[in-house]
Ligand binder design. Structure first.
Ligand SMILES: [Zn+2]
Length: 283
């Protein structure tokens, strides 16, 4: 983070004062750097494209950051007054692109209320930032399809002919807020991303392993649920779509329910006759 630190100069104070209702004296301003997001693949197997990061730099200007998700924490806010995209050609992402991140500068008013927070930020305790934003496209790195419109069967974290599958978050349409909490804000129809200071993270190999295992487990559950949906009379394309869009907990819930349904009623199986092509097959 050191290379992102900056001095509160008159010029910077002037920039901040463009966002304040009353002019703030420099002595009353606390300004600090945050990294909002980057183009490295995160724990969800997703990353922002460089173009998306550039767009987010515009969208996050003036946006409020919160420090707590309790209602009372809503009083504790910081505002972004400057953003810029930092490219580091000496550092590559896991899939070989130049490392790019979205750096922001934020300010808060120095007062009694904010003093403990300022202390924590200075001490480096509040390091993790999550961002909430909406993107228009989620693109599969293997086949290039926009999975919002046209889901594919590639699994995040797996490799296909040497190409690692991840989801590229593209074309941000809105930025909502950013926060200093581990659990990202829930914004409907948006994505919440957490930046976790990966450079200092010694747990990378562990998270990668967990990601692999999670992907394998998900794939197995999906395959099982898909078969059961088909067995219970759902057509194959619909079964695929349902399972693709289901979360792990939904898959875990669907499997015993469908098994029971199939075991309990042979009649369910006969429903395939209503299928026009009758091309039902077990894999
Ligand atoms: Zn794909």
């Amino acid at each position: 983070m050191d290379k992102y630190e900056f001095e509160l100069t008159d010029e910077i104070a002037a920039k901040i004062n463009r966002y304040t209702r009353k002019k703030l004296d420099k002595s009353r301003i606390y300004a600090f750097p945050v990294i909002l997001c980057d183009n490295e693949i995160d724990r969800d197997g997703e990353r922002f494209s460089t173009a998306a990061i550039e767009k987010l730099a515009e969208l996050f200007l003036g946006k409020t950051g919160i420090f707590d998700h309790e209602p009372k924490g809503r009083n504790q806010t910081a505002r972004i007054f400057d953003t810029f995209v930092c490219k580091d050609e000496s550092k590559k992402t896991s899939y070989g692109e130049d490392y790019t991140c979205l750096c922001a500068r934020a300010y808060m008013v120095r007062n009694e209320h904010n003093a403990p927070l300022i202390e924590e930020i200075d001490a480096g305790i509040k390091k993790e930032v999550s961002v909430s934003c909406a993107v228009a496209k989620k693109v599969c790195s293997v086949c290039g399809r926009d999975i919002y419109k046209d889901p594919c069967s590639h699994i995040k974290g797996k490799s296909y002919g040497g190409v690692k599958c991840f989801i590229s978050l593209e074309e941000p349409t809105d930025a909502f807020e950013w926060s200093f909490v581990a659990v990202p804000a829930q914004v409907s129809a948006g994505v919440a991303k957490r930046f976790a200071g990966r450079e200092e993270n010694a747990d990378d190999s562990i998270s990668a392993k967990m990601l692999d295992e999670h992907a394998l487990m998900r794939a197995a559950l999906e395959a099982r649920a898909e078969n059961l949906y088909i067995l219970s009379g759902t057509d194959e394309a619909a079964a695929k779509a349902i399972c693709k869009s289901s979360g792990v907990s939904e898959l875990l819930e669907a499997i015993p329910r469908l098994s029971l349904m199939i075991a309990g009623g042979g009649t369910q199986l006969k429903r395939k006759e209503t299928n026009k092509n009758n091309s039902f097959k077990l894999k």
